[in-house]
Design a protein. Structure first.
Lengths: 238, 238
DNA sequence: GCCTGAACGATACTCAGTATCAAAACGTCG
DNA sequence: CGACGTTTTGATACTGAGTATCGTTCAGGC
């Protein structure tokens, strides 16, 4: 009996029990028992009870890192899109598993938190690489953070849509669309120093904390009326 | 003896012990003992051992939600900026605590994960509100996700920078700068149908008489960022 | 056959988190 | 002041995750 390797039997038993009795109601002993092995062995294969649901995140993370490492600032956009596609592919290839996990994670707060943490790791990876590519430009850290979070958000958005729809349609079209959004959005920031010029005019209004809204409005109106505006964006706060 | 309320004594004891002996090496019993109370009482005040480090996240979340609820699609940008500022303000007001926590969280993976989860809750909040405001436009879900993640990323970036620098400088300038980035970035995605007609006009946000000077300034700043502007056409409601 | 090393299982332990209940502390009203 | 109901606290016991240890089993190689 019991042909498949222990780790898979454990994972299968865990998912089955989680669905039957709920996550919190299932103990590791239960899982091990159904898998026909012992509690000790469970923890030998999975570091925690949650781990049995999120298996190969480490491997996927490594693949993403490899793809990003293989790129330079010149090919950054392509690399990022490629890497994101890598992740989505991983989910799509195991649609059955992904869907079961999605439904489960939706029900169990502990698992949702765990997934959020996993996603943050991807975002961190992206952020570090992008920051490296941008290192010589101003606001590199900020822009890297924004780009990384946008890329990850785009991916998550597409993935969630695909999962919610039962994993039936092809998600790569929507993914390209979303990534296009991101790329277009950030093209504006390619040369941040240009932005100051094209903005052309900025209001500078200084006022005390106690100023009434009317007084502030008057100040703003006055500044807008006087065409002589030069300074950069406003500071506030005494 | 023991003047301050129990919850504060517990928090103080916890932080002290975490710094002295490390997080994992400190048991809840230790904390309760140093605070001069019992383990039961600890869990009566804090749901978990981690909670003692992240106290009023719920309250802050509620404040943010209140600020967002008080807005409509018209004043969305202002509301979002305001809400973000609310969060940063909360950290800055308790700089001492924030810094201690920052150093601790940097060392303990469990706490870092917890913080990531907390941040995700803010992001979710932003996403839902923005999605509501955008509900009638195409790609609403995607855009909401991108905007929310960008806003949160901008905040985090600024906050981390401030914390890393020891909390010495004023972070609101950098925050405004970062938010400006985000606003500028999303400008071309915002209400594309308005873009043709808004040339040459300043649109000033409407706000209540009770609005704080900051809020007013935000309105002006945000609208100036969103719209190409030349002369004032200022009107003010209410 | 025997030796060696890895995989496995049993046991025991720590500690977070939950539930329960009894004993204080406290304010209130008579 | 004293009886009474409420709230706060503390003690105890329990579940279950995660860790450590150790003896056993099982594999293949000599």
């Amino acid at each position: 009996m019991a042909r498949p390797p222990i780790s898979q039997r454990l994972a299968a038993a865990a998912i089955a029990l989680f669905n039957e009795n709920g996550y919190d109601e299932t103990t590791v002993d239960d899982i091990a028992a159904r898998a026909g092995t012992s509690r000790s062995t469970f923890f030998r294969y999975y570091r925690s009870k949650e781990d049995v649901i999120f298996p190969d995140h480490d491997a996927l993370l490594a693949k993403v890192e490899a793809r990003l490492t293989a790129s330079t600032a010149d090919t950054a956009i392509v690399a990022v899109c490629d890497a994101v596609r890598l992740v989505l592919t991983h989910y799509v290839e195991d649609a059955e598993v992904s869907l079961r996990r999605y439904r489960l994670v939706g029900k169990v707060p502990a698992l949702r938190d765990r997934e959020i943490v996993s996603v943050a790791r991807y975002q961190r990876l992206f952020r570090e690489f992008i920051a490296g590519w941008l290192s010589d430009s101003p606001d590199a850290a900020l822009r890297a953070e924004l780009m990384a979070s946008s890329v990850v958000a785009a991916h998550n958005q597409v993935l969630r849509g695909w999962l919610r729809a039962g994993g039936r349609h092809d998600p790569f079209g929507p993914l390209d669309h979303a990534l296009q959004y991101v790329i277009t959005t950030f093209r504006h920031l390619e040369r941040p120093q240009d932005r100051a010029e094209d903005a052309g005019q900025v209001v500078v209004a200084t006022f005390s904390r106690a100023a009434s809204p009317e007084a502030v409005m008057d100040a703003v109106r006055a500044h807008l009326a006087t065409a002589g505006h030069t300074g950069p964006r406003g500071r506030r706060h005494e």
